[in-house]
Design a protein around this ligand. Structure first.
Ligand code: NCD
Length: 311
């Protein structure tokens, strides 16, 4: 099966077959990344620019490693050092970069829709590294790969996504991907952060953590995205932890082998207790980071196949 998408702007445009092709391709790269010689020549001669308008540690590093391991020339641009600080518009930036003939642009931006807008003004493939509270497709793909490798399947699993769903592009992309692959998705959090409108996406909503976790196979915790909040969504961090923080005790509600996930960065003592996060038997948080590099290699590979004369 061929991957026919020109860009990876979200999970929404992808078919089940395309999602599975991405995951199967990524599976192969997990093995490459565990070898001592991780360098391939697949993307030799191609240029990848990582353009980050928002700070990032794991996503940017992971895209950089993915590109380098496939043999591409990788350039990182962050806003602090670019002319965006000098007032250049997004479209001018896009057209300037386009004139340098990159083959792939990886873009993160604080506004929903900004990455799709930029994609319309460049000739190369664009990967969304997170746009506002809209989508973060590679995060959902790496989460799916983590679940598939640890549980052997996705269909039929009960996945509880807990915390600040409202501001989370990770949640949105995960809801789209997991429901499409047949998981039963629950959203758990206070009504201010998990409004009823999400039901339209085919999920169940719980405002009580214990009930939301009952029997769950996957417990995915989200950070309170305070930088995206205007006004007050939670009474205090202490009270939030008391009601919605994942502790050993509340985790007992979940299925016995339930897997704990978190996209990072974690706020220990706010949405998750440090002891739970560090439990090597239950926590898949570092697996997620490992899968991130493999998934990004798969995205770069599939999107550049037409350039490399492959279908
Ligand atoms: C997330 C993001 O930036 O959307 N982090 C990530 O990419 N792993 C989640 C967050 O910032 O809380």
């Amino acid at each position: 099966m061929a991957f026919t998408q020109r860009h990876l702007l979200g999970i929404a445009p992808l078919s089940v077959e395309e999602i599975e092709l991405l995951l199967d391709t990524a599976d192969g790269y997990v093995e490459v990344n565990r070898r001592s010689d991780k360098k391939l020549a697949l993307l030799r001669g191609l240029t990848q620019i990582n353009l980050f308008f928002e700070s990032s540690t794991r996503t940017r590093t992971s895209f950089e490693l993915a590109g380098k391991r496939l043999g591409a020339d990788v350039v990182n641009m962050s806003v602090a050092t670019s002319s965006i600080k000098k007032g250049e518009t997004l479209i001018d930036t896009a057209m300037t970069l386009n004139a340098m003939h990159p083959d792939v642009l990886v873009v993160r931006h604080p506004d929903s829709g900004a990455v799709a807008l930029l994609a319309r003004h460049v000739r190369c493939a664009v990967i969304n590294g997170g746009d506002g509270s809209h989508e973060h497709p590679t995060q959902a793909l790496l989460d799916a790969l983590t679940i598939r490798r640890r549980k052997g399947r996705i269909a039929g699993l009960v996945v509880a996504i807990c915390g600040d769903v409202l501001h989370s592009r990770v949640a949105r992309s995960n809801i789209l991907l997991l429901t499409r692959l047949g998981a039963r998705v629950r959203l758990v959090g206070p009504p201010t952060l998990v409004p009823g409108g999400f039901r339209a996406l085919g999920v169940e909503i719980f405002h009580d953590l214990r009930s939301g976790l009952r029997g769950a196979d996957i417990v995915m915790m989200l950070r309170l995205q305070r930088e995206r909040m205007q006004g007050s969504f939670v009474p205090s961090l202490r009270e939030y932890f008391a009601l919605y923080g994942l502790t050993r005790r509340v985790l007992e509600e979940a299925a016995p082998e339930a897997l704990i996930m978190h996209p990072g960065p974690m706020n220990r003592g706010v949405e998750i207790d440090g002891v739970v996060a560090d439990d090597i038997h239950r926590s898949a948080i570092l697996d997620q980071v490992e899968m991130g590099v493999a998934v990004r290699m798969a995205c770069l590979d599939l999107l550049t196949r037409p350039l490399r004369g492959e279908a």
